[in-house]
Structure formats: C-alpha cells, structure tokens
Design a protein around this ligand. Sequence first.
Ligand code: GFB
Length: 320
Amino acid sequence: MHLDSKHARIFVAGHRGLLGSAITRRLQREGFDRLLLRSRHALDLRDQRALNHFFEDAKPEFVVLAAARVGGILANDTFPADFIGDNLRIQTNVLHAAYKAGVKRLLFMGSTCIYPKEAPQPLKEEYLLTGPLEPTNEWYAVAKIAGVKYCQALRRQHGCDFVSLMATNLYGPGDNFDLQTSHVLPALLYKVHSAKSRGADSFTVWGTGTPRREFLFCEDLADACLHILKQPEHLLYQAAPDGLLNVGVGKDITINELVSIIQQVVGSSCSVQYDLSMPDGTPRKLVDVSRISSLGWHAPTALRDGIQQTYTWMLQNQIV
Ligand code: GFB
C-alpha cells in the first residue's frame, strides 16, 4: 500500500547512516511528522525480541530498511564474518517484525554487488543469481541476496508489499572518510585534499585505476525512496513484478576519471601512484535503470555537483 499521508508512521532503520540520514532529512523537509527514529543504543536491530517490542509499541506503517554494515572493498574483504553475520541478523529481524506487524510497505536496500561478477552490462534485475559473485564482497552480497529473496518470499506467501532497491556506489555528505573502511569516492577526496594541504607530490590510488563504477548521490537515493514509497501498488509491480528495482544514474566512469574530477573539485594537480597490491574488485557494475525510469524517476544530481557538496561537507566538518 503506498504512502499517501504526511502523518503516516515511518520507521527509518539506520537513520544515522549515509542513506538513512538523507532519507530522514528529506522526509522532515517534506513535512512528514511521525517519523520513528531509534539510535543503535536505544534499539539494537540484531536483537529480535527488542525489535518485536518496538514494532508492537510504535506500530510503524512504513519502513525504510537502511540499516546495514557497509564498507569499501578492503573492509568487505577483511571482515567477511561481520559483513555476512550482521547484515543477515539485522535484515531478517526487521523483515520478520515488519511482516508480523502488517507494515504497509517496506523498502529493503540491496546493492549492485549482488549481481554476478561477469554479468552483461548494464545489469538488469533479472540477472540476479545467474553466475558467481565478485570474491571481495561475496559475503555482503550473499546477505543482501538473502534479504531480497526474503522480501520476495514474504510477498509471495503473505502478500507483503516489500520492495528491494539495488543502489549503485553511494556517496555524499556524512560519508565515511576512514581510509581503511571507506568507499573509493570519499577515500580519494580525503587523499587528494590531504596531499594538497601537505604540499605532497603524489597520493595513492588502489589497484589499476581502470575499474568502472557508477556513483549515486545519497540525496538522490533518498529522493528515489520517497518516489517508490508513493507509487501506487499496481504501477510499482507492473514495472517490477519480482519486487526488484535498480537505482543508479545510468552512466559509469573509470576510477582514473573519478580521480580527475576530484582533483578539479579540490584544485590539486598532485600525481597518482598506483598501489597494485590492492584489489580492483569487479571490473564494472553499471546498472540498467529502465524499470525505475518507467516509473518516472531519474537521478537529478550531476556527479561533479555531488562531489562538490561532499567536499564542502568534509571541509565544514574538519574531517582532514
Ligand atoms: O568503493 P570501493 O571500495 O568498493 O572501491 P567496490 C572501488 C574501486 O576503487 C576499487 C578502487 O577498484 C578500488 O580498488 N580504489 C582506488 C579505492 N583507490 C581507492 C581507495 O583509496 N579506497 C577505496 N576504498 N577504493 C564495494 C563493495 O565494492 O562497493 C561493497 O565491497 C558494496 O560490497 C559497495 O557493493 C557499494 O565498488 O569495489
């Protein structure tokens, strides 16, 4: 059932994360006045009993499941048990509690890394489970695939209106800039800025710089979430009969091209050193955005503008 009231009770799970905080800001700006927000300390999503109590008391009507353990290529590769374990626990608990509570619509955040490493590009939703995964993030991907499948199963068995959004590499204000655990875009913003500030000649790019990635601004994904929450059910499932929707910009670039844009934004001309001991990961993951386009949604923010906003945020928050 779609969202049609500013007074609906909406639970944003993970409201302090990059996506969750963007969705929360957006809903507040739009005048939604019954948001349900719980910090990690107030409600541990890995605790099924606590979560069941929360759903019984607060009675959320809509859920955006943006809580997850996320990280870049190194974090995924270094902490496989945390990535598969925490994500399985969080999503299984929330999906089960939401089903029991009769939630009207739930958005589950998948990821484009759930598609096979060698799948044809652009990645269509129907390529799910057609081949082996990228090894650096298969643990996270397996957890996310389980979440997508659980949503589908709940819809099939119990008629739950639970949809999975497969977002491409997300970035934006509030990002994680820790070099050991971050994704490439905030990592390179940090490295280029700090090299410039120190007067260094060069900075390090992991891998070969040739992999291609598609970058989605967090405010745009928040916009897509609201758009999908508001879609009438018959239109939504006409576009996505299996409940899967890719969310991207429909265009990818190489890591080297990303470096150039970041250098322009930061105003730096330092040279690049490639650390070939670090993994490239999947060569490409450009998503096919036909389904969400058919529902009238397109990512509004140009990459350079989004990077500029992220850089401004990084400086204002004295990250470096
Ligand atoms: O963003 P990223 O960490 O993750 O890396 P993935 C993307 C590409 O950028 C890889 C290269 O080819 C990295 O080797 N890269 C270059 C760097 N320099 C750096 C750097 O300083 N830091 C980082 N982090 N990368 C993740 C998955 O994959 O993407 C997750 O592990 C999830 O499961 C997420 O899907 C969206 O795009 O490779």
